[in-house]
Structure formats: structure tokens, C-alpha cells
Design a protein around this ligand. Structure first.
Ligand code: FEC
Length: 316
């Protein structure tokens, strides 16, 4: 199907430790962080092995999606554009134009819509697409897609099965926190997270579960809670000992999973005498790739245009 294509957008990650400073500056909208802040972030990357797997996982997801669509008779090229690292979203749209793509769909590899996160993926893509005369349709959120929910539930069951008595385990579903001011503009993000958590808990037959935010930044304003580390302390006080953390707002292994959960939350859990098991990330698992293919294939016919005038707010 010449002339059509799929654009996947992802957060992006520094390619090497030397790139951490410029990456962090980009995240902060051009304001350079202090040398201490850069070193602190570099140290987090060092703790997960030097670089994040996000770039490689995103490439594998794009390749898996391309192959799955082709298997279904939809031979579409799949492009990757990142928000804070090269290839940027505008680079990917330029590549689409060079390849003769005239129309396509854009899907953010983050299932929950916020004007502070997803909107900027789409506004950047829409601007570049319009400069190249490409018609791009946006898939705004897919937080309740049955294939996505089933894939999460399978990971939760996998983690629960590591305990002798899964019925005694509490499940914590997590997602990236955002500044609390998003509540003042009625942002759909918290409600969509609640829906995903409820559906995944039911599909996984999780007995006791809760939701917590993770990875809040220190930006001087209040961020959405409860925070994962607070939740761990509360669980310890309640007398429970076993828990599973399932990050529902992320679809890949990266810093926020491998440091914030695997290192930081596990350290806190162990200090509190808790056993914390993490549900594996979706990555390029065939069930998740099949869900992405369902979402993209149906959107190729029906998805709405990017929200008219949807303004991106703040930085993420
Ligand atoms: O593995 C990697 O190299 C990258 C992991 C990574 C992902 C990610 C996803 C989201 N973020 C969201 C919101 C914010 C807001 C700020 C912010 C800051 C950072 C910093 C790093 C970082 N984020 Fe991120 N985010 C990832 C990494 N994020 C590193 C900077 C250091 C720090 O604060 O820890 C605050 C910006 C500011 O300072 O003004 C807000 C949201 C997502 C999930 C949706 C998505 O993937 O787009 C929301 C992955």
C-alpha cells in the first residue's frame, strides 16, 4: 500500500552517558540542568547498566508491528520518532515524506492521554506532517483496549505465580506522575489510569490491588500521588508482606522501570521487609504486538484527526 505509513512515537533516551546532559536539557524545554543534576541522572543510568534499553525495545516494537501488519496483509512501513532524542518526531516525519508516504496514523507508545504528555507527541507530529503535506491521523489513547489489558493481565499473573500463595499478594499498578495542576484542566489521565488498573486487576483475578504514581520529578510544584514509595510504607504498616508492581503507564523496559522500580522501590521494599516482584514489561511480546496491530489496523480506517487545537501543556 504505497503512500501510507505508521508513525510510532516514544519518549526517547540518551544514546550514551555523554548525551545525558543534552537529553536532560531537552526534557526541561531548553533550560540546562545543574552539573549536579546531570551527574545524579547519569548515576541512575549507570545503575541500570550505562544506557536505557528503551531505544532498542522501541525499534523491536516497530519491527514487530511492521511484520504483524504484513502478516495480516497490510504491508505498511513503520517509523519511529522520539520526543527527546534522535531520531526526533520531525526526523521520522521527514523520512516518511522522502519515502513517499502521503497519509498515515500516529500512535504514541504510551496508552494514557494527558495534555502534558501525549498532546505534545501529536502536536509535533501534526506540525511536521503539515509541512510535508502528509495527512496524519492520531490514535489518542488505547488504555482500555482488550488486547492491551489481556497482555498486562498475563504479566501480572506471571508475577503472582512466583509466590506460594498468590491470593495473599497485593498488586500495585503504577504510572508516571504528573504535576497536580493537570487536575485543574480536567485532564483525562487519572481517570484513564483508573480504568486500566480496574480492567487489568479483573482480568488477572487480582484479589487486593491499588494504584500509585511513580517517578515524580523535583520541579518545585506538587505532583500527583499517592507515590509508590508511600504505598510500600502503607502496605508494610498493614501487615502484608508480598506484593507485585505492574507499571501500566509504560510499555517498555527503561529507566523509570529499571531504576525507579527495580532499584529504588525494591530497596525500600527490602528495608520494610516486603517482597516485591515486578510484572515483566510488555516490550515486543507477541501478545502486545498483536494488540498494537489491532489498534493501528482499525485506526487506519476510523481514527479521529488529532484534537483540533489540542494544546500541549508543560514539558514531559
Ligand atoms: O529510559 C530512558 O532513558 C527514558 C525513560 C523515561 C520515560 C519517561 C516517560 C514519561 N515521562 C513523563 C513525564 C515527565 C515530566 C518530567 C519528566 C522528566 C524526566 C527525566 C527523565 C525522564 N523523565 Fe519522563 N520519562 C523518562 C525519563 N518526565 C530522565 C528528567 C529527570 C527526572 O526528573 O527524573 C519533568 C520535566 C521537567 O523537569 O520540566 C513531566 C511522562 C511519561 C510517560 C508517558 C510517555 O512515555 O510519554 C508522563 C519512558
Amino acid at each position: 500500500m504505497t503512500g501510507r505509513g505508521v508513525l510510532l512515537t516514544a519518549y526517547g533516551s540518551p544514546a550514551t552517558l555523554d548525551d545525558v546532559g543534552s537529553y536532560f536539557t531537552h526534557i526541561r524545554g531548553g533550560r540546562a540542568p545543574s552539573a549536579e543534576q546531570v551527574e545524579e541522572l547519569r548515576e541512575r543510568y549507570r545503575r541500570i547498566g550505562g544506557t536505557s534499553p528503551l531505544r532498542a525495545v522501541t525499534a523491536a516494537q516497530a519491527d514487530g508491528l511492521r511484520r504483524e501488519l504484513a502478516r495480516r496483509g497490510m504491508a505498511l512501513p513503520v517509523y519511529v520518532g522520539m520526543k527527546h532524542a534522535s531520531p526526533f518526531i520531525a526526523d521520522a516525519v521527514a523520512a516518511m515524506a522522502r519515502d513517499g508516504v502521503r497519509e498515515g496514523v500516529v500512535l504514541a507508545l504510551a496508552p494514557h492521554y494527558s495534555r502534558m504528555s501525549i498532546a505534545s507527541y501529536f502536536s509535533t507530529a501534526a506540525e511536521a506532517a503539515s509541512a510535508h503535506g502528509i495527512r496524519l491521523r492520531a490514535i489518542e489513547s488505547w488504555h482500555d483496549h482488550p488486547g492491551f489489558i489481556a497482555a498486562l493481565a498475563a504479566r501480572v499473573r506471571d508475577a503472582l505465580a512466583r509466590f506460594a500463595d498468590p491470593s495473599a499478594v497485593e498488586v500495585i499498578f503504577t504510572a508516571h506522575s504528573l504535576p497536580e495542576r493537570i487536575l485543574t484542566w480536567n485532564d483525562p489521565y487519572p481517570a484513564q489510569l483508573r480504568v486500566t488498573a480496574e480492567l487489568a486487576a479483573r482480568a488477572a483475578s487480582a484479589g487486593t490491588w491499588r494504584f500509585a504514581y511513580q517517578s515524580a520529578s523535583h520541579t518545585g510544584e506538587k505532583w500527583l500521588g499517592p507515590d509508590l514509595l508511600e504505598a510500600l510504607r502503607e502496605i508494610a504498616r498493614s501487615g502484608r508482606r508480598d506484593l507485585v508492581v505492574c507499571p501500566i503507564g509504560f510499555v517498555a523496559d527503561h529507566l523509570e522501570v529499571l531504576f525507579d522500580i527495580e532499584v529504588e522501590a525494591k530497596e525500600t521494599a527490602s528495608e520494610l521487609g516486603l517482597r516485591l516482584e515486578r510484572a515483566p514489561s510488555l516490550n515486543d511480546g507477541p501478545d502486545f504486538i498483536a494488540a498494537l496491530a489491532d489498534i493501528v489496523a482499525s485506526a487506519a480506517q476510523t481514527a479521529a484527526e488529532p484534537r483540533a487545537g489540542a494544546r500541549a501543556e508543560g514539558r514531559s
